[in-house]
Design a protein around this ligand. Structure first.
Ligand SMILES: Cc1ncc(COP(=O)(O)O)c(C=O)c1O
Length: 409
């Protein structure tokens, strides 16, 4: 059977087995305190910031926005090119999401356009992701946020393990969010975390969490993760997911299967009311095991990223590396001089799966019923997500480089 190189793999590792077994078979006292153990471990990595582990990265953002207590209709800036449900969740909270365009060189929020948007919209909050693990222009953005009294939420869904100036990103703003979904650096069968600079805000947020994630929900996420694991298995990929991914709607269906299982807030119309809940014990046990392997996963991805960067230099536009940063290579997204849809079919014929357009990232403007902003539109058309995961072989990355080079040259 042909061996494919799928664009992503569920972040599974052998350490998950003892983590699950130890959780169920271990002492009851540890089971009771394991969520706190995870929060303390994360806090240690994030300069002692108080941490609340909740049921998804999106819910972590909701929790922070609820704790900040904003006037209804307050403006919240978000980059246009990111997960669109962030904008929808902000709107659902009675706030006004305002998309800002991104930079086509590093795919992050554009500092110049951000300053313009600040003067025009007088926002109360900025939610800024470090896209694909690469830090945004932290110095410039922090400086502007301080000058204009804007509460900065660093979205570290892609950037657990990314350092800037020797510090984990997420420790620079007023608050940060993490995600523990299946393909993230730390996988906890869903889950996320909210981190706060101000301990009083963390205490306030703590009171807003009313209940824990239920066991049956973790079971549902485990089922969706199993589907994902099989769909993106290199041997099985050509049977089902590969041919179906090229069909409009399949990528969305897969994403929604997973997202709605995780937090009840998918990107489709079935968005349920969003109340942040505490992560469950088993999820915390998995995250703790994953945290111990973070460095190993980063080294493996770094090797793959080096193969891509040296092999594709001058052939595609690589994401700019921020000076002073040590990024966790979460995803390898490159920009082409032509529409990415012209390339994916040719790569697939060579056994390589690559993502394009809304499969990689969405437009917040589009989700809010407006046309995407110009740079976001360009990125949605011309960006290609190359295969990347901690389980991928170096030889696969070389195969991708050779295939893409022969197609583009
Ligand atoms: C940039 C960004 N922010 C936030 C999230 C939300 O994380 P979660 O899926 O845990 O809600 C994601 C998810 O992939 C993301 O890509």
């Amino acid at each position: 059977m042909r061996r494919y190189v799928p664009r992503r793999r569920v972040n599974l590792s052998l350490s998950m087995v003892p983590a699950v077994a130890g959780h169920f078979l271990g002492p009851r006292a540890r089971r009771a305190s394991i969520v706190r153990e995870l929060e303390l471990a994360l806090s240690g990595r994030f300069n002692g910031m108080p941490v609340l582990a909740v049921d998804s990265g999106r819910k972590a953002m909701v929790l922070i926005l609820q704790a900040v207590t904003l006037q209804p209709g307050s403006r919240v800036l978000v980059p246009d090119y990111t997960l669109d449900s962030l904008a929808l969740l902000i709107r659902d909270l009675g706030l006004q999401p305002v998309p800002v365009d991104v930079c086509t060189r590093d795919f992050n929020i554009d500092p110049g356009l951000f300053e313009k948007a600040v003067l025009e919209h007088e926002p109360a909050v900025l939610v800024a992701p470090h896209m694909f693990g690469m830090p945004f222009d932290i110095r410039t953005i922090i400086d502007a946020c301080k000058r204009h009294n804007i509460f900065l939420i660093e979205d570290c869904a892609h950037a657990l393990g990314t350092n800037y100036d020797g510090r984990q990103v997420g420790t620079f703003g007023d608050a940060a969010i993490l995600s523990f979904s299946s393909i993230k650096a730390v996988h906890g069968l869903g889950g996320g975390a909210a981190l706060f600079k101000d301990p009083e805000l963390a205490e306030k947020a703590q009171e807003l969490i009313l209940e824990n994630v239920k066991g049956y929900e973790v079971g549902r996420i485990a089922g969706a993760t199993l589907v994902e694991e099989l769909a993106f298995n290199p041997r099985l990929f050509g049977l089902l997911a590969g041919p179906l991914l090229s069909r409009p709607g399949f990528a969305d269906a897969l994403r929604n299967l997973y997202r709605s299982g995780k937090s009840g807030h998918g990107t489709g119309n079935k968005r349920k009311k969003t109340v942040p809940r505490r992560i469950s014990g088993i999820q915390a046990a998995l995250c703790l095991a994953g945290l111990k392997e973070l460095g190993k996963g980063k080294n493996m991805r770094r090797k793959l990223s080096r193969i891509y960067r040296s092999g594709l230099q001058g052939i595609v536009h690589l994401q700019d590396i921020r000076q002073g940063s040590d990024p966790f290579p979460f995803a390898q997204v490159v920009r082409l001089d032509r529409p990415a849809r012209e390339i994916t079919g040719k790569l697939y014929k060579q056994g390589i799966d690559a993502g394009k357009g809304l499969e990689i990232m969405q437009s917040c403007s589009k989700a809010l019923g407006m046309p995407p902003l110009p740079n976001t539109k360009k990125l949605l058309e011309t960006c290609l997500e190359l295969p990347m995961s901690s389980r991928m072989r170096d030889s696969d990355a070389r195969r991708v480089v050779d295939a893409l080079t022969s197609i583009l040259e």
